[in-house]
Design a protein around this ligand. Sequence first.
Ligand SMILES: Nc1nc2c(c(=O)[nH]1)N[C@H]1C(S)=C(S)[C@@H](COP(=O)(O)OP(=O)(O)OC[C@H]3O[C@@H](n4cnc5c(=O)[nH]c(N)nc54)[C@H](O)[C@@H]3O)O[C@H]1N2
Ligand SMILES: Nc1nc2c(c(=O)[nH]1)N[C@H]1C(S)=C(S)[C@@H](COP(=O)(O)OP(=O)(O)OC[C@H]3O[C@@H](n4cnc5c(=O)[nH]c(N)nc54)[C@H](O)[C@@H]3O)O[C@H]1N2
Ligand SMILES: [Mo]
Length: 895
Amino acid sequence: MNGVTIEVDGTGVEVPEESSLLTAVRAAGIELPALCSDDRLSPAGSCRTCLVRAEGRVAAACVTPASPGMRVDTASDEVVRLRRDAVEVIVSALPPRSLADGGPGELAHVCRSMGIGPEAAQGVGGRGGDESHPYVHLDRDLCIACGRCVRMCSEVQGTFALTLVGRGGDTVVAPGTGGPWAESDCVACGGCVDTCPTGAITQPGPARGLTSAFHPSQARTRTTCGYCGVGCALDVIAHDGEVTAVLPARDGPVNRGHACVKGRFSHGYRTSPERLTRPLLRRDGVLEPVGWDEAVAHVARGLRAAVDAGGPDSVAAISSARATNEENYLVQKFMRVVIGTNNVDNCSRLCHSPSAAGLTASFGLSGGTDTFDDVERADCLLVVGANPVEAHPVVGARLLRQVLHGAGLVVADPRAVGLALHADVHLRPRPGTNVALFHGLAHVLLAEGLADEAFLRERATGLPELTELLADYPPDRVADTTGVPAADLVAAARLYGRAERPAIVYGLGVTEHLHGTDGVRSLANLAILRGAVGTDRGYGVNPLRGQNNVQGASDMGALPDLLPGYGKVTDPAVRARAEGVWGVPVPGRPGLRIPDMFAAARAGDLRALWVIGEDVRATDPDANQVARALETCPLVVCNELFLSETARHADVVLPVASWLEKDGTFVNFDRRFQRVRPAVPPPGQTRTDFDTLRAVAGAMGVDLACATPADALAECGRLAPVFAGLSYDRLDREGSVPWPCTAPDRPGEARLYRERFSTPDGRAHLAAAPYLPPGERPDDEYPLVLVTGRRWAHYNSGSMTRRGGNLALDPVDFLDLHPDDAGRYDVRDGEQVTVESRHGQARLIARTGDQTAPGQVFCSFHFPASGVNRLTSDVADTVTSCPEYKVTAVRVAAS
Ligand SMILES: Nc1nc2c(c(=O)[nH]1)N[C@H]1C(S)=C(S)[C@@H](COP(=O)(O)OP(=O)(O)OC[C@H]3O[C@@H](n4cnc5c(=O)[nH]c(N)nc54)[C@H](O)[C@@H]3O)O[C@H]1N2
Ligand SMILES: Nc1nc2c(c(=O)[nH]1)N[C@H]1C(S)=C(S)[C@@H](COP(=O)(O)OP(=O)(O)OC[C@H]3O[C@@H](n4cnc5c(=O)[nH]c(N)nc54)[C@H](O)[C@@H]3O)O[C@H]1N2
Ligand SMILES: [Mo]
């Protein structure tokens, strides 16, 4: 440690440079109150409760730097009295109830430790509260104006929703917009709740007063969030089998004491009366509850009959990126070992399959190139087709923080998304024109001598072909194709090109296109041209993977062409390795991808489909055609939490446990394995996906082995060298381990390609793919381009977030459109509209604003009843079949 040694009450203590005296005193094991301080925040030095005597002078420890050799006294009568006075002054303004029940909060704890009793609280109160918000309540009488909530909201979350209002003793926190909390800019990350030392800002209900620092004597379970791919470490507090609170873990490797509305608060779905708790079987057209034995026997018989009638390839499974690695491992093992087919896929198909294909082709492995921590070293961020402020809020907050600390920011998104408001340059390409945009940027890098020639010579291939192609992409021509002004393009290329440590972060705006894989590869070109990947000069190229475990579902081989660890099923050596572990032959022909499964079903070639945790009827594109496929398929089995659109039409529905109720691991977007642990028991008769697979295999006469999830991970490690070093023991010890991790005694590789790329020739491959237009294009009949994507309060099909408080935060399914278009098509703000495409119809509520550009409209797909995916087409990425969700030609009319 590069440290500073100081003396605290006569004892030496060493702390890192730039530490405060508060850190040093605490490192010495001495407790000091510090009511305006939180180690996630910059110090304020306003409450005077951490007074010490340093080098003879009284000082607030939280704002005084520890300098070498300093002598600090914390224990003399004088400073003890000063601190006590400071706390007493604060407490005296509070009403007696602030300390009456000895609450679990920080202030109560401080008072207890100082022997200050409830009688010290003599305020009259009467300042009222705000209970308008479902998750965040304010009791103004308990506010001590320490400002921690305000700083949490600005410094950590980056939302700037809160402020202190009033004067002197009447100062109190309030939403910056005036008005009630529920109408403020608050995005319910829970940061203010988690830092408030007095219980002035709390989560309503039994969690009142619990924070990540103060949850004494409560049973808690460390787990990993089951919503998006960020992989926030959470501590779940439970009581009597119910979740009381979910608190962000301070030592979470990605979230570091932060979380978002979903992980923090959206667990109400668990106890929804609509939660499935018994298996259902369709009889005479109606789904009826049955026992597990009957349901399992029915599934086993049905699968066997399908294989007998049509062969193994007439059965397919869609595995869940919401489920654990071990469950995904078992799904693909079940299909390959019990059924004998490679017909298994997961929602990565709909999402980042172009990333997997593109990054593998460019660099060698299927995942982001670096650890997200390196973003904190980046001096320029290029955020492309991603809206992390809404879809990955904890990452969005960390990116924004980096920008507020001075990093340059280029945002490429047709919409004015949250980060765009802070961008140096906001590029607004027409949807579907990324490849031209990226080539335009690359053109400028080469033209202006911003490429890293030594890197290109020593570590890359493909420069001549790319250089030749880029001659056709000068800024003015790219401006015509993309709609991005040439000057903006040049400015963006210079920012990225001149940065010392540039970072690329991207999302579905790159992948969900007809040429999504080309998009990923031409984006990767930029990092290669700059030598900003596989070196210490940047944060490479990193997709913000979507689902909690979409990286893992693919890692585990729930893919039609790849076995666990990405060995090709067509490679005899790879198959032989799996056969050695499984003891049966592994089929060598790649299986069906999700859209091909539906096509096969419509053609009568698919006789059974097991859908595990994906609401395909709501979230796959061209939903009318998906419905037709499922109606034609003789047996549809669905593992679900709720009667989703898919479950509603299934033949058998198996009720399953959710992430809060089961054991396993997830892999997050920066390739970290992290543990998932049951915090509460699964409700009713629900079982884990893991158990349902073992049970059906058993009923078909096959022992899948892997008695526990830990066994499944161990078995996977024997099959796939990149996971060989992982085990539950190790994860329990180390918290998180990235892959590749090839041996128990070797660390995982968070940063890839430092010596060589993992391509066959060890080099990064530049791609020279020309720009080709999107599959759907507007015309006179369908004049608008519909882009679909995410909103902050809901999650995908919305099955979990529409059941609970999030619905109050975002109750309406909006179609965003520009006021010009509203005028042109005679649609008024707030009015119901019918949206029509060449494929189907949806109903939404119009919302006008300039977040979307003229000629474009935007909506989510979080409310299946609106029918948004009846609009989207079957156009898909030419390489991976990822749907073109981001471009659909539509027309809009008031309805
Ligand atoms: N709150 C919430 N969070 C989520 C989810 C959720 O449903 N809700 N879902 C999770 C999942 S599964 C995923 S995959 C991730 C997705 O996370 P993101 O990829 O961030 O999500 P999207 O909103 O689908 O798309 C990102 C952006 O792409 C832009 N875009 C569209 N077309 C183009 C184009 O041609 N070029 C460029 N440059 N940009 C374009 C859109 O305007 C949009 O802002 O989020 C995860 N997190
Ligand atoms: N128009 C449009 N459509 C899109 C997209 C888009 O951008 N635009 N994005 C696409 C993308 S990126 C994705 S990833 C998909 C997501 O689409 P889905 O995967 O269908 O969406 P989810 O709502 O995340 O989860 C599906 C179901 O899993 C259930 N579930 C949750 N946990 C578990 C579990 O542990 N086990 C089981 N068996 N079930 C569980 C939930 O109740 C839910 O009904 O949507 C795609 N659809
Ligand atoms: Mo996704």
